[in-house]
Design a protein around this ligand. Structure first.
Ligand code: ATP
Length: 237
């Protein structure tokens, strides 16, 4: 479970988050919505300590996040973060080396973890492929595999469908639903209503630096007012 209480954050004194009370229940897919620049990425980055609040707190599985290096190292294993742009995430020349990076640092048997994680994202046998030669969609799956290989209890995904085609989006919905059935919590930001509906258990709308709506029914989110894209290919292509 992730919770923020009165979270405030700004870049160079320009406030972005102005008292965010956010909730993501364990075992749910929680969808974070909001117009461009609302602060979705900024909020998601608070959940595994990539950013530190100016005020308020972030609570993960009942513990308030602490920002010393040891606490952050543990947190990064518990809460995995999949960046919007996979090029911000991939660190090694080959797929196998990249997915092994996290588990190796944690002392986990990386061969088994890599095989398992690549299989979960539908990239069996990709170990020796060069990351630089992968398509954008494949890079996104490798980035997700790298997070899965660390066996986190929560996964945060920032705009994961950007650049995915209909099949890629459908596969992602299926995988995220499977992961929640296995007890993993998922928080995901998106602009795509069909993806949100297909994947989400709960929907939170970030507006004006606060959570303006939180509901289990997507229909209650006033889409037109918040820049949601009218249609996407998650179910219909
Ligand atoms: N590193 C940074 N330094 C300064 N300002 C930033 C930085 N990162 C983001 N911002 C600003 O903070 C605000 C919120 O940005 P953020 O990326 O969190 O929004 P978002 O809701 O994820 O947007 P989008 O839907 O376009 O991805 C924006 O005005 C953005 O320009």
């Amino acid at each position: 479970m992730i919770r923020t209480d009165g979270l405030r954050f700004g870049y160079d004194d320009r406030p972005v988050l102005r008292g965010v009370d956010f909730r993501a229940e364990s075992g749910d897919v929680t969808v974070l919505l909001g117009r461009n620049g609302a602060g979705k990425s900024t909020l998601l980055k608070q959940f595994n300590g990539l950013l530190e609040p100016d005020d308020g707190r972030v609570v993960v599985d009942g513990e308030t996040i602490q920002y010393d290096a040891d606490s952050i190292a543990v947190l990064r294993q518990t809460v995995g973060f999949v960046f919007q742009d996979p090029d911000d995430q991939l660190v090694a020349p080959t797929v196998g080396q990249d997915v092994a990076f996290g588990p190796t640092n944690l002392g986990i048997d990386s061969t088994e973890a890599v095989e398992w994680a690549l299989s979960r994202v539908g990239l069996d046998g990709y170990e020796d492929r060069l990351c630089s030669r992968l398509s954008g969609g494949e890079k996104k799956r490798v980035a997700l595999a790298g997070v899965l290989a660390m066996k986190p209890s929560t996964i945060i995904l920032d705009e994961p469908t950007a650049g995915l085609d209909g099949d890629g989006t459908r596969a992602l919905v299926e995988l995220l639903r499977e992961l929640t059935n296995e007890g993993i919590s998922v928080v995901v930001s998106t602009h795509y209503p069909d993806f949100a509906v297909a994947v989400g258990d709960s929907f939170s709308l970030l507006d004006d630096g606060r959570i303006a709506h939180r509901t289990s029914s997507f229909d209650e989110i006033p889409a037109r007012n918040y820049g949601l894209r009218q249609f996407d290919s998650a179910r219909n292509n």
